[in-house]
Ligand binder design. Structure first.
Ligand code: NAG
Ligand code: NAG
Ligand code: NAG
Ligand code: NAG
Ligand code: NAG
Ligand code: NAG
Ligand code: NAG
Ligand code: NAG
Ligand code: NAG
Ligand code: NAG
Length: 758
């Protein structure tokens, strides 16, 4: 008995260790030099959002990062020898000096190259005290420009106590030419601040101080710049120096390298296999710190705009881990290290794990939407439910295509069918397009699909090498494809049903019912079927005829809903799909607050699904730090949504597997939902975004209960051009008798209703 008890205890302990392992960095086999978890270095604080080196940026980094986050200061010297925190030797880029000292720019050689601008060495600390810091990178918000003035290293250290520091001194030679000594600055700052790292791209400088730091806590780090740049004190290129790590080791503990030294890309921005630099450096007992991680600039297509995926590839790739990441967005590598590294990707997540993940036209962020490739990717990326947006062809075939307008998801504009442009008041808001019901299935099949590029204007292209790859599917193909996949269900979106029936002579609902029964969905229980529409009449019809789940989709943002309207919805739907902004409204991409809509809808027994989640930072409020995982986490943990629609199911699925979901009070701050409206509190009155008009309220009258109109037999059918197109489904002999009969009865009922109304 005793032994058994002991065994049980032992097993229990083992299980505890195993399950907590992923979150406990001391038990993970990190492939860093020390074996400890890598560190996060916040370059200039949270400089991705706030001005680099500003107090606000540093404070934000404290709130959003691993507790041992390190602050990396770019240090510049003033005329009177003070060390100020600023990202560049030239102050024009990061402060308002060009306004304050207009016309005083100078021309100095920097490492032999003449440079024109406002240099810190020409101004005393007092001169600079009234300047404010501003954003360097154009993609960052400028709303925080001017909230902080320039600070010295000591001032920042005083404000954010008990933090670890890293000083990057980029230009010792330049300062020496201006009779300023970095060495005496460092000595004086060390008397008041504990500095963990000092980095420099100059061999001469590091060698000159190496002896002094031999036994100290401060580690010296050699910073590599562009491979072809000459190192100013040896005149060798950084590429040459990289080949001589034994030499580097004689005066440093580690190296700081741009990330592309490790994972470089080809000319099309696709990742090449990683280099051996981390392993080589570790062999020389040199630590490796990688820099240039930013969430809001284009990075390799292989990461699908998911910066967390990028971080993970540097710390959890099976071969090595860098010892630290230098980033303007410290929250992302903090998540990677604290919660997402070393997750067993083949272990299944718990049944009730949230959110339910519904693809949006398959994994349309990676492949052209609604193609076989997009659906295959959605399944392998872990979507729970894959979706088909059903459209009708002119020969009556229900197919899966993103939009009723082929211009959105195909190369139809470049095809011979580009003359079939039309505009129809009832469709697509009356905008002109080339509509699916104007072309036959075989004509549509002949078109290339086209990947959706919603942020092309910001130069964020999606997977261009595969932009026109993949094939479209008929609804029955989609249903057959889904049947044996490891998913929970399918979602079928039906729109324009009334128009198609009245004006084109198709019952899209009957076509869907036919396809479902033809593929056996009416008598299987493994896969759930969900029908989605913005039109209650469609849902109502499915409610009468089937047991399928029904989702009411609201295509406008709302701020609230009348109880009576939700009570009404409850009659037709099991769930509601609302837009992201209905939960967290924004103004100029800043969150202005939150609504109670999710809880309210749920209190009526309806599940809440939210659309549309995308990885590109342009799709997110600034409050989410340009990190799609932070956004998902906030909607799930903060707003309590049941499920999400996403172009990138892989990002959502990885979120659901992270090791910090059930940590309760232990949950690290960077995995807590963001506080709506907190960024507004940091802004000055001049930069506050405009107050938005309140969002509309969902009222009863918005809920349309009219039955679908009968299919008009007399409507002129557009001529079908396709040769071997299948016969319209209405006459497909394999249609299920049960549904066939049922839909005939509804048709009669509707006819009756319609005639009664007249
Ligand atoms: C991690 O595990 C070690 C050894 O099992 C333990 O001492 C430490 O307290 C754990 N840390 C956390 C954060 O759970
Ligand atoms: C900084 O300013 C210089 C000169 O005005 C300009 O050439 C350079 O592109 C700027 N750098 C950045 C990162 O904006
Ligand atoms: C630096 O000091 C030397 C010697 O005192 C002087 O000749 C030189 O002009 C100074 N350089 C600068 C840039 O102030
Ligand atoms: C550095 O190398 C370049 C090209 O090899 C040469 O022109 C230049 O004179 C060298 N500079 C010094 C300081 O040695
Ligand atoms: C490495 O650099 C040192 C110092 O410059 C030099 O003496 C040595 O020959 C170099 N080794 C190789 C293999 O290039
Ligand atoms: C990146 O994606 C391209 C295109 O899909 C692929 O060929 C390449 O192998 C990927 N690179 C890595 C390192 O996985
Ligand atoms: C990952 O999980 C799967 C399924 O639970 C299991 O078979 C496998 O052994 C696990 N792998 C590791 C490395 O723990
Ligand atoms: C389900 O329906 C399909 C097609 O209608 C039929 O072939 C199949 O035998 C049915 N399966 C069961 C278990 O009834
Ligand atoms: C609306 O419904 C909510 C939740 O069911 C309830 O708390 C609230 O009192 C209702 N409001 C009205 C005006 O009926
Ligand atoms: C919904 O369907 C009904 C009945 O077919 C139709 O009268 C109504 O216009 C549709 N509503 C919308 C918003 O399309």
């Amino acid at each position: 008995m005793a032994i058994l008890r002991f065994l049980f205890l032992f097993l229990f302990l083992l299980v505890t260790v195993l399950t907590s392992g992923a979150a406990n960095s001391t038990t993970i086999p990190w492939r860093t030099l020390s074996g400890n978890a890598p560190i996060v270095i916040a370059k200039g604080g949270f400089s991705g959002l706030f001005p680099d080196s500003s107090l606000t940026a540093y404070k934000a980094a404290v709130l959003t990062s691993l507790t041992d986050v390190i602050f990396c200061f770019d240090v510049q010297l003033t005329k009177d020898g003070f060390g100020i925190c600023a990202p560049d030797l030239l102050l024009d880029n990061c402060t308002d000096i060009a306004t304050a000292f207009n016309g005083h720019q100078k021309n100095y050689p920097v490492n032999g190259v003449p440079v024109n601008g406002y240099f810190s060495v020409d101004y005393t600390l007092k001169d600079l005290s009234n300047l404010y810091l501003k954003q360097v990178v154009l993609s960052c918000p400028f709303e925080f420009d001017g909230i902080n003035s320039i600070s010295t290293v000591e001032e920042i250290a005083q404000e954010i106590k008990s933090r670890r520091f890293w000083l990057n001194i980029q230009h010792d030679l330049f300062f020496a030419q201006h009779n300023l000594s970095v060495r005496s600055f460092v000595s004086s700052v060390l008397r008041r601040v504990i500095i963990d790292y000092i980095s420099s791209p100059e061999v001469g400088f590091l060698k000159s101080i190496a002896a002094r730091f031999k036994k100290s806590r401060t580690k010296l780090i050699f910073r590599f710049l562009g491979t072809d740049n000459p190192e100013p004190s040896t005149n060798q290129t950084y590429a040459t120096l990289l080949k001589n790590l034994t030499f580097i080791k004689t005066f440093t503990s580690g190296i700081l390298i741009p990330k592309y030294y490790i994972w470089s890309t080809d000319s099309n921005q696709y990742l090449l296999p990683h280099s051996s630099v981390v392993l080589d450096a570790h062999r020389e007992r040199l630590e490796v710190y990688a820099s240039n991680f930013e969430n809001d600039v284009p990075f390799s297509y292989n990461y699908s705009y998911d910066p967390l995926a990028e971080s993970l590839s540097y710390i959890d790739n099976g071969d090595f881990s860098v010892d630290g990441l230098v980033t303007g967005f410290p929250i992302t590598p903090s998540e990677a290290i604290g919660c997402f590294a070393h997750i067993n990707i083949s272990s299944s997540d718990s049944e009730d794990a949230k959110p339910v993940i519904i693809s949006h036209n398959g994994a349309s962020g990676i492949y052209a939407g609604s193609t076989d490739l997009a659906y295959q990717q959605a399944v392998s990326d872990g979507a729970d439910i894959i979706d088909c947006s059903v459209q009708m062809t002119s020969d009556g075939v229900p197919i899966c295509v993103n939009s009723v307008d082929l211009v959105d998801g195909t190369t139809v504009v470049q095809s011979p069918f580009n003359t079939r442009l039309s505009s129809i008041p009832e469709i697509h808001g009356g905008a002109s397009g080339i509509f699916t019901f104007i072309l036959t299935w075989s004509e549509i099949k002949s078109l290339n699909p086209l990947i959706s590029n919603p942020y092309l204007i910001s130069a964020l292209k999606r997977n261009p090498a595969y932009a026109t790859t993949g094939i479209f599917m008929m609804l029955v193909d989609f249903l057959t494809f889904a049947k044996d996949k490891p998913i929970a269900g399918i979602l079928i979106n039906i729109e324009n049903a009334a128009y198609l029936a009245e004006k084109q002579g198709f019952s899209i609902t009957d076509s869907v019912l036919d396809a479902l029964s033809q593929t056996g969905y009416n008598n299987q229980t493994r896969l759930g079927v969900m029908v989605q529409s913005t039109n209650i009449s469609v849902l109502s019809k499915f409610k009468q005829l089937t047991n399928y789940k029904r989702m009411y989709m609201l295509d406008e943002s709302i701020g609230d809903a009348l109880n009576s309207s939700l009570q009404d919805n409850k009659q037709y739907a099991d769930s509601v799909a609302i837009k992201k902004f209905s939960i967290y409204p924004t103004s100029k991409s800043f969150m202005t607050g939150s609504t109670d809509l999710v809880a309210k809808i749920q209190s009526f027994g309806l599940s809440v699904y939210v659309y549309l989640f995308r990885n590109e930072f342009m799709s997110q409020a600034w409050d989410f730090f340009s990190d799609p995982t932070v956004e998902i986490n906030s909607y799930v943990q903060g707003a309590g949504v049941d499920g999400i629609f996403t172009d990138f199911p892989g990002t959502a699925r990885r979120y659901r597997r992270n090791a910090c979901l059930n940590m309760g009070k232990q949950k690290p701050d960077f995995m807590k939902p963001v506080e709506p409206g907190s960024l507004l509190q940091v802004m000055t009155a001049e930069t506050l975004p405009p107050i938005q008009a309140p969002l509309p309220i969902l009222k009863d009258s918005d809920v349309d209960e009219l039955p679908l109109p009968a299919v008009s037999v007399s409507s002129p059918r557009p001529s079908a051009g396709g040769g071997n197109a299948p016969a319209p489904t209405s006459s497909t002999p394999s249609g299920q008798p049960r549904n066939g009969a049922a839909s005939m009865i509804t048709c009669l009922a509707i006819l009756l209703l319609v005639s009664l109304r007249i």
